[in-house]
Design a protein. Structure first.
Length: 570
């Protein structure tokens, strides 16, 4: 029988191996737990930095998660302003190894828009200086290839405007990503754009970049054709007050700002003529005055007639018509033939108190109704005597911005409700309630009359077929040294479409048009401002969901018989 001998040392060795395995397992578990804990701390820290932390420089974007300033996009999400890491090119003159004149020459070859002399001055200066801001990658590569150790390439947060000059007056500019906006949306909504809780989300404004482009191109083309000093235009949603497009010509590129300090609004491209420039807008005021007269019971019938047989003499002044009919005329004729005499007589019946109340209801006594900080206040008459009451009724003696007028026309055609213009993209529940200025019945009648002006009056050149355009021309001489300069006109056409259910107000203006062969040398609004409205509506109507339909129109059959009646003795 075999004998099994058990050695005590083997048992101990096995036990030791088991203990070592357990210890190793426990250590691995502890290391794994520590690794998971460290990973969670890092993740939580990154999340906290990305959402809440704000660096001392106001730009907590070191993590790359949040921009220093929110992007601005149009109502369809098209980027209009962005904050990006951009290249700059700078020089430390003391470290240059090459001949400054030769380096300047080579820099000029890379950047032909900057003179070699300008570069040379920087290269030989006493301190660090920028050679180029917002340089393109290929430009950086070309400069780097020069091999100059004195030239540096810092990365900086830059505010870029990818659409260049498009909607420049609306957007304005921000000198740098972390700074305060200089004008436009960048200044008006600065708090929203730099708010740490909001700036991760783009800020959508009311502008439609497609419509904006069409408006700018048509205004520019007409300004050149008319050799005008400037031009402007605005498209409003008639029912919400949203600005769909706003243009002022000449324009500027917010990516390449120049020093326009000391220049007046009429001389500086930075001036937004729609909200900063104030004009006497002439006959475009007539529909407003006549609408108010309807609501106040002064006009009780479209057939009511007014004496326009001769100029109206009041307080040493003579009110006359440019195209005098020399007879008594009714209300539709006053608008279709743009009679100053007829409108003045209606205003005289209304009285100063009613005229002032109309203009206050339309906020003509306040700054332009929009968020922009650079908006101007109107020039309100000091004395509302009888002659002032008459002249303001047809747009003389009071100066407002084109935006004042556009908002007033929205109230005139949308059922009578005035709302402030806005550059915010509004949701349905955000549309302001506004306040009533005209009755719904008066607004309906004014839609007929405005359509009649385009169908049979001074606005015929704005008649975009199928879009049922209605509007009113205005040609006003500029005041100069206490008198009116007959050779200096501001021409305006204020309109809306489609007039059977108005959705958009379109206003265009020309500053000092000269006339040309196509207009037979004529400079009035019918020849200069109204045609722009036609072309703009034809281009943008389908973009805005309004398709031409020549089978539909506003019913003006009850008004047409009132036009062109035979002269009667009274």
């Amino acid at each position: 029988m075999a004998t099994i001998i058990v050695q005590p040392g083997g048992a101990r060795a096995g036990k030791q191996r088991v203990d070592l395995t357990a210890i190793a397992h426990n250590r691995l578990m502890v290391l794994l737990i520590l690794f998971m804990a460290i990973t969670m701390v890092v993740i939580l820290r990154l999340a906290w930095v990305g959402v809440f932390a704000q660096g001392a420089d106001g730009g907590d974007s070191a993590s790359g998660l949040i921009p220093a300033r929110a992007d601005i996009v149009d109502r369809n999400g098209v980027p209009l302003a962005r904050t990006m890491d951009a290249y700059s090119i700078a020089v430390r003159p003391s470290r240059l190894i090459g001949e400054p004149a030769e380096v300047a020459r080579k820099l000029h070859e890379i950047f032909p828009d900057e003179s070699a002399a300008t570069f040379y001055k920087k290269l030989t200066g006493k301190g660090w200086a920028y050679l180029r801001r917002r340089a393109l990658p290929e430009e950086v590569a070309a400069v780097n290839a020069l091999g100059e150790i004195g030239i540096e390439f810092p990365r900086e947060k830059e505010r870029l405007y990818p659409q260049r000059s498009l909607a420049a007056h609306v957007l304005g500019f921000a000198p740098n990503a972390e700074g305060v906006g200089g004008m436009g949306v960048e200044a008006a909504f600065n708090d929203r754009l730099i708010d740490p809780a909001l700036r991760a989300q783009p800020f959508a404004i009311s502008i439609d970049s497609r419509v904006q482009g069409a408006l700018e191109s048509e205004l520019y083309a007409q300004m050149v054709a008319q050799n005008a000093k400037g031009a402007g235009g605005v498209i409003l949603d008639a029912n919400t007050g949203e600005v769909i497009a706003m243009a002022s010509i000449p324009v500027f590129d917010p990516n390449k700002l120049q020093n326009y300090a000391g220049k007046s609004c009429s001389e500086s491209p930075l001036c937004n003529q729609i909200v900063q420039a104030r004009y006497e807008l002439g006959s475009t005021f007539k529909p407003l005055s006549i609408g108010a007269a309807m609501d106040r019971g002064v006009i009780t019938s479209m057939a009511k007639r007014y004496d326009a047989t001769a100029p109206l003499a009041v307080a040493g002044f003579r009110i006359k018509d440019d195209h005098a009919l020399g007879r008594w005329i009714n209300v539709p004729e006053i608008l279709v033939h743009s009679s100053n005499i007829g409108t003045a007589r209606i205003a005289d019946e209304m009285g100063a108190a009613s005229m002032q109340q109309l203009f206050r209801n339309l906020q003509f006594d306040e700054r332009a109704p929009i968020e922009l900080k650079e908006r101007a206040k109107s020039l309100w008459p000091y004395n509302w005597g009888r002659i002032t009451t008459m002249t303001v009724s047809y747009g003389h003696g009071i100066a407002v911005t084109p935006l004042h007028l556009a908002s007033a026309y929205a109230a005139l055609v949308n059922g009578g409700i005035w709302r402030p213009a806005t550059l915010r993209k509004l949701h349905a529940n955000e549309v302001p309630e506004g306040h009533r200025v005209f009755s719904a019945a008066t607004s309906a009648r004014m839609r007929q009359l405005l359509r009649m002006i385009v169908a049979a009056g001074t606005g015929r050149s704005a008649d975009a077929k199928g879009f049922r355009v209605g509007g009113k021309t205005g040609s006003a001489e500029k005041p100069e040294e206490g008198r009116y300069n007959k050779s200096s006109l501001v021409t305006t056409f204020a309109s809306a479409f489609p007039m059977d259910n108005p959705r958009y107000v379109v206003l265009t203006m020309m500053d000092e048009p000269k006339g040309n062969a196509q207009t037979f040398g004529l400079r009035t609004a019918a020849w200069t401002a109204a045609p722009v409205v036609k072309r703009v509506i034809e281009r943008t109507g389908p973009m805005l969901g309004v398709l031409p339909d020549e089978r539909r129109d506003v019913d003006i059959s009850d008004l047409m018989p009132l036009l062109g009646q035979e002269k009667e003795k009274h």
